[in-house]
Ligand binder design. Sequence first.
Ligand code: TRP
Length: 326
Amino acid sequence: MSGIRPTGFLHLGNYFGAIRNYVKMQDDYECYFMLADVHSLTTHPDTKELKKNVLRVLAEHIACGLDPEKVALYCQSHLYETAELYLYLNMLAYKGELEKTPTFKDKVRQHPDNVNAGLLTYPVLMAADILIHRANYVPVGKDQEQHLEIARNYVNRFNHRYGHVFPEPFAFNFNKELIKVPSLDGKGKMSKSENQLATLFLADEDDVIRKKIMKAKTDNGPAKKNSVKPEYIENIFLLMKLVSNEEVIAKYEDGFNNCTIRYGDMKKQLAEDMVNLIAPIRNRVNAILNNEKYLEKIMKQGADKAIASAEATMQLVRNAMGLNYF
Ligand code: TRP
């Protein structure tokens, strides 16, 4: 089980950090992938653009290779059972624990004028999203690890108090290390909210991709053989490793070590390889978005699968808690 907030277009970080893992999981696991539209209300209360964003992100999931026949691809707001479970979990959630969650502290810093209770209990809702399917594995990036730890705390408190209902959920990744998709400005990772000119979106046109990559920070090249790469150069290599083939990467590694590297050429090559990844996805997204009836059908189908799973869990929960008077 996993989820992405539909607060904007998907970018390369979502693709390599999450969706590519989803696609690999879909043949071997019973998967629930969710658009966290309710979570997005904690920071984006204006819903004028919500439907448009939801349809786009849904199309982006499918265009990246997720098969809605194999997985349950659904919107969080369609699953009312999650709201019920969230309510019960709130009684197992301690205020102090929520207040010291780093993502909460970050959001308080970013939006000091909108510190709503939904923001504080964000991890409770996320735990409900996961536990509603009694999920074992959650393909997410490193930034979500604390939220998963909180979910495991609720599992243990619930199971201890009411009897065993939930397995402990753990982060899941196909790679040994979590993949880092660095931002093009040499600082931090790609993100929807920070510096959009340094983030590659799956919706970017070819020329936009080229322009963003050509603007990435470089220098005149190393002065000494076999020197250590500055972070902004290391980041360009990291991006190249995501999309270019091994010979290409080896050529530029050698170039760096021999001080013959030309970053202009390297970025041109990276841009073309990036276009080759993104353009087909972008074209599929646009084709899918033209067919709103199809997207509605997919959403409904996903909701039905997710609701069936959620109803079964809530029967167990209500029985375990003794909320079954007749
Ligand atoms: N908090 C996640 C994020 O910001 C999104 C999310 C909501 C989620 N519910 C989830 C992720 C359940 C995994 C499982 O990226």
